[in-house]
Design a protein around this ligand. Sequence first.
Ligand SMILES: [Fe+2]
Length: 276
Amino acid sequence: MRAKINLYELAEQCLYSPAIEDKLAITDHAAQSLAHRSFAFDFIRPPRPATDVRFPKHPRQVEPRDLPRRGLNTEAGKIAFLHALAHIEFNAIHLAWDMAYRFRGMPESFYYDWLQVAIEEAAHFRALSGRLRDFGADYGHLPVHRGLWELAEHTAGDVLHRLALVPRFMEAWGLDVTPGMIAKLEQLGDTASVEILRMILREEIGHVAFGTRWFHYVCERRGLDPEDEYFALVRRYIRGPVRGPFNEEARRRAGFSGEEMERLGRLDGTEPDGGA
Ligand SMILES: [Fe+2]
């Protein structure tokens, strides 16, 4: 019989080790165990603070205004773009692990869903890092946006807030912008990068759908209306207008209702309460 691995301990090791290779090796280890569902869920100790999650020294995290801006038409621009995407996926590995780590007392399938997300995010990260190496670059060579982890820190106190803001807001926004990136890379004839982005878009729909599934689950248990609750939480954490165009088809597949799509369209700042 296989020895059971404590899921929270494995998650803690991944989140609180600084080395990229360790984080990826732990995620690979989880993939093997996930196939056999050989996890234990005993509470060993309470979760450590989200603000202490460790990121490697490289890439250097800087303010967004200090990131170089380049078009996609030059090789340096393409490398900067792929590097920024690789950083989003690297951060996403942490977001998925942190969902499984921090929020205790959910059904076992909740943890398996987010482990699967962590494994897929690691594959996205590896695909983009590999593409960077095709251009003689690598992840870590350029500075990256400092703020990506902030929403995880702000929503660490409540699984409902995390589900609304991370998979159902931030990652759903990824569904909106990825088709435009794919079109641009297609124009440039970069089919290898296009293939990676298509795979990412396909799998991200599933990640947002997990967000919807578990958001609804928690709303039901708390007797909350999921649509009203979603917009109240978006308004609470996201300042300023939320603008489309929204990827209607992908969002609908990820569980956004017709009413949610319509109310999203009203978040562009013309109606301050988003129509709630
Ligand atoms: Fe991803």
